[in-house]
Structure formats: C-alpha cells, structure tokens
Design a protein. Structure first.
Length: 253
C-alpha cells in the first residue's frame, strides 16, 4: 500500500497569495506546500483524502489517473474546493464517485455545490454520490474507519485506512479515537507551527506528544505554515517524527 502526499500546506497554502511568508522559503522545494490532500493506492484501490483548491494540479503532478472513492475530513474550503475536478474522472470511469464524510460536511457540500445535485443539476456536472460515514466500512482491500476529532469549534474526521491513520486540522483527539488508532503503522498528523499555540490546530510539539503517546512506529506531520522550515525542523524532531512534503510517497507493508 502506498501513500502519496498531494499537498501538505495550510488553508492558504505556502507561499500564500500575495507572497506573504515568501521570505521564509529558502529555495528548498519541500517548503512549497499546496493544500492538504493524500492519495492511497493498493493493487485493487485508488482513493483520495480531501480535494482542495489545487486538486487538479495535484492529480496531474502525481500521475493520478483513477479515483475509486473520496474521503472528506471536513467542510472547510481548503479541503473541498476541488470537488469539481473529479469531473474528468467520472467521465473516464463512466460512473459516479462515492464521496464519504460526516453529515454536517455533506450538507455543506450540497449547499456550496448545489449545481451538482437535485432536479436542477447542471448537465455534465461532476457526478458524485455523497455517503455519510459513521462506522467502519470495507472497500475492496481496504478497511476504512472514521476517526472523530476536534478542530476548534467543529468536529472533523480523520481516517484509518488499514494501517494508516490520517488526521489533519485537529486540536484535540478524544480517548475513544486514540483507541481506534492504536496498532497502526503510520500516523499523519496536523503540525501547524512550532509556536505559539493555536486555538484550532496542533503545534508541532503537541503533535510530537501525541505521536509519543500512541507509540505508532512512524509519524509524518502535515498542514505546516510558511514559518516551518523542512530541513531545520527535521533536525529538531525525534527520529520517529518527520515532516511530510508534497509528492512524498511512502510504502506501507
């Protein structure tokens, strides 16, 4: 099973529109971060987690040519703005694509992308099948388990896909969620910045604390802002915690 990070940046991306934070980027391409999204592929399945504003470009850059299923973590636009870019995949595959998320998230998608749904659906619009996920489900060779988490004032979902746990945009993990995560081989976790603390995201030290508590062999951080330097940060981190970067591909046996 492979995990490819399609994007690892904050809601505004790195650098942001207008070049804010550009002075922090030292020429290392790993410090340029598109909005968070991930691609998980096996011999039988190709699924993505979140479809942000750069999703079209991310799929082209990664060589992603087929999508069987989409998992959405929450309704913020940096995670759903690229839903329309599923359209060519629907055309090629000649079928709708199931999109899973929480009840609240799916309701927001219906409101914001109303032209995709209902009797007034625009001809040729993206054909997605919204499905609420509440419990574990099996899809081909994957077991997918939703991982409820707290992102400031809203509940979001991370996902455990076989032995990968992926949770972005999170501040707190309930004990019940931690229980679902134990025994995984790889953890992907929100790590916005080193300091100061943030009301809706984990800082890097907070993420390291969770990684140590869960004792998962390897953790990769995502959703970093402009002030997180890849090389310098990795030198400060314990060996079992690394920063992810766009286009990084990991193989999990």
């Amino acid at each position: 099973m492979k995990l490819t990070f399609l994007g690892t940046g904050t809601s505004m991306g790195v650098p942001t529109a207008g070049g804010f934070g550009k002075d922090q980027i030292d020429g290392d391409p790993r410090n340029v971060r598109w909005r968070c999204s991930a691609w998980i592929e096996t011999e039988k399945s190709s699924i993505v987690i979140d479809t942000g504003p750069e999703f079209r470009l991310q799929t082209i850059r990664a060589g992603l040519s087929e999508i069987d299923l989409v998992l959405i973590t929450h309704e913020h636009m940096d995670h759903i703005a690229g839903l329309d870019d599923l359209r060519p995949f629907c055309y090629k595959q000649e079928q709708s694509i199931p999109v899973y998320g929480s009840k609240t998230c799916l309701a927001a998608i219906r409101r914001r992308f109303d032209y995709m749904f209902g009797p007034d659906r625009y001809p040729g619009a993206t054909n997605i099948d919204l499905q609420e996920i509440m419990d574990s489900l099996t899809f081909r060779d994957l077991k997918i388990t939703p991982l409820p988490a707290i992102h400031g004032k809203i509940q979001v979902l991370g996902y455990r896909v076989n032995d990968i746990c992926y949770i972005t945009d999170v501040k707190e993990l309930p004990e019940s969620t931690k229980k679902l995560m134990r025994g995984a081989k790889l953890l992907v976790l929100d790590g916005l910045r080193w300091k100061p603390e943030h009301p809706t995201h984990m800082t890097i030290p907070e993420a390291v604390e969770i990684a140590n508590e869960l004792d998962i062999p390897q953790t990769y951080l995502c959703h970093m802002n402009s002030y997180v330097n890849h090389e310098e940060s990795n030198k400060r981190l314990p060996d079992h915690v690394r920063l992810a970067y766009d286009q990084l591909t990991l193989t999990i046996n």
